[in-house]
Design a protein around this ligand. Structure first.
Ligand code: SF4
Length: 341
């Protein structure tokens, strides 16, 4: 892995202002990237139910004047989102069946997942939780005790996962309280944080966050959610190096998205950029059948073909595991384990 680089940290409070500046209409987004509706086929662009949210840093990585830019396609609301999509679901992973307490999902034996926040810095149009009822099902201060008591009462749980929404939408003070409470449970050894904020607002890696993550007794793993090399800017790479300097293990998971990263050379460039930033590729997910995101699907035969090409291009440690999440399974399902359709 590349050497850790010492870099000066950003202002602590700046990331919250960037998160507040992210909300915009579709028309505003188009104007900021130098496009109009006329640059797209008729009916493709629409104002959505799921609001548009694009932080300034992510916005700055989008190529201006390019309607096919792979970063733009991930955040631009399209008319297809509202079209009838037979067979698509609002809860494609049947997560309602795994709620063990308010804000606590228990899918796997040794891991417990906390829906720590309902907020996200960036709104990804392919999101499988785009219909999730965060209002009644995320972790609240009052429900937290029940969720933590369940984890404390089950010695089989050695890893707690913070998910959302995006757990790094929480303030450093709130995160610190939550992590301290988890660290007080003796049989929990590992804290895993899933976050897309880090590629959308790299300034989220504040000195306070670094202190927090380096000070806990837990092994800390952060899985960043990045889909394209264009997201790994110099600022994002610098933030990753600060996290590595704090002893955090960094992994990435991507979603295979039509028009964004469904080509072996695109994925290979992404893996190399991640590695240079100190992040190992971990999972490449097929899309889940969520209502409103069918236009991002890549079918299984094509995904397998892309993976084969990728294996020929990269060392094995840079090839993410191609998986599909199948409701009811005790782990993610590698595509090689599914019958070829
Ligand atoms: S950051 Fe994650 S949870 Fe939030 S909109 Fe994007 S994919 Fe969904």
């Amino acid at each position: 892995m590349p050497a850790v680089v010492a870099l000066s940290p950003p202002a602590a409070e700046d990331w919250q202002a960037q998160a507040r500046a992210a909300r915009m209409t579709t028309a505003e987004l188009l104007a900021r990237v130098g496009l109009t509706e006329a640059d797209f086929p008729a009916g493709v662009i629409a104002d959505p139910q799921f609001p548009v949210s694009v932080p300034p840093h992510f916005l700055a990585q989008i190529r201006k004047g390019d309607p096919a830019d792979p970063l733009l396609l991930q955040v631009l609301a399209r008319g297809e989102e509202a079209w009838p999509q037979p067979g698509r679901l609002t809860d494609p992973l049947e997560e309602a069946d795994y709620r063990a307490a308010p804000g606590l999902l228990r899918k796997y034996r040794s891991r417990a997942l906390l829906i720590a926040s309902g907020a996200c810095a960036v709104h990804c149009r392919y999101c499988f939780r785009r219909h999730y009822d965060y209002g009644s099902t995320m972790l609240t201060r009052s429900g937290e005790a029940e969720a933590l008591a369940l984890i404390a009462g089950d010695a089989a749980i050695d890893e707690v996962i913070l998910s959302g929404g995006d757990p790094l939408s929480l303030s450093d003070a709130r995160l610190a309280a939550l992590i301290d409470a988890i660290a007080a449970i003796g049989h929990v050894t590992t804290l895993r944080i899933h976050s897309r904020t880090l590629v959308a607002i790299p300034d989220r890696v504040t000195p306070a966050l670094i202190d927090l993550l380096s000070g806990t007794r837990l092994n800390v793993v952060i899985v960043i959610h990045s889909n394209h090399a264009g997201e790994i800017s110099g600022d994002v790479a610098a933030a990753m190096h600060r996290l590595r300097g704090a002893g955090v293990t960094l992994l990435n998971q991507s979603v295979l998205l039509a028009g964004v990263n469904d080509a072996a050379d695109t994925l290979a460039a992404h893996s190399r950029r991640l590695f240079a930033a100190g992040v190992l590729p971990y999972y490449l997910h097929l899309t889940d059948p969520v209502d409103g995101a069918a236009h991002f699907d890549v079918d299984e035969p094509r995904a397998r073909a892309i993976e084969m090409e990728l294996r020929a291009m990269l060392p094995g440690y840079l090839v993410p595991r191609l998986v599909r999440e199948v409701p009811g399974k005790t782990s993610k399902t590698p595509l090689w384990a599914l019958p070829e359709g």
